[in-house]
Design a protein around this ligand. Sequence first.
Ligand code: CA
Length: 307
Amino acid sequence: MNGASLRRLLRGVGLFRQAGSHRWIAWVSGLFGLVLLSACGRGTPVDPGSSEVPAVGASTSSVGLGRAPALVPLTNMIRVKAGSFTRMNQRVTLTHDFWLGKYEVTQSEFVALTGRNPSHFTNDLTRPVEKVSHLEAMAFCHRLTRQEREAGRLPGSYLYRLPTEAEWEYACRAGSTQFFSFGDSAAEADSYAWTDGNSQSETHPVGQKLPNAWGFHDMHGNVWEWCLDWFTNYPTGDLVDPVGPFQGKFKVFRGGGWNNEAKFARASNRFMMAPASGIHFVGFRLVLALAEGDAAAGAWEAMSRPP
Ligand SMILES: [Ca+2]
């Protein structure tokens, strides 16, 4: 992507729409919230031999400094095996394992790495970070990758990044073919999700609701979660490792939030926003995956080039 292309991307005015409806909704930027600052420590990396974060034999590619570092994922990363899921009669296959955060990135994690907290709801740093733009979320991933490599916990063959939409939905469904990971009924959402029916109009500390079948909390509700993909209509036919287009105007976010009805937290639901915009109901979740050799890694690298 050249400089002119990226500048065009950053000029988005923040329109978004619900997939399938083709109803554009005007975005009123600057409508919400205050930016406050706070501070807290980061999570501690865990031994990759633990049951929650299994080790992988990845330590050889690009370090070139003698013995390559072991892979030590951050705490609360859950390994997701390669596989397939179905959405709207379309089979989507992911050919590589990856790790996904058990929780949304918290304010304490964000502050520990960046020294700032963009969030609106700030009286508890175990709440998810929000009002974080897509650009800031990507910068967080790059900074985390650099930190973990320098600390000897991340081989050059792996990196932290945002999930693709396909990775996010695969992990959200956790094998479910229904509207939600817990079934088809939004009436059951109270046990699994913070939505406008139970949130008291605010975010809540991560992990308080029941996890899905693969152990992920708050995939439905609390804050929507940025994905890597630029928004576009899905291609037709079955897909393998889809990453979306390499250029666009709006980035996708997924999963519903504290301010929306539970029906908007459906596993397949999509919204989008300009990448430079932040709002107090959108945060993100981390992926740990190969740094090269699959489509998502290529998309991340292409979308990460400076203007
Ligand atoms: Ca969420």
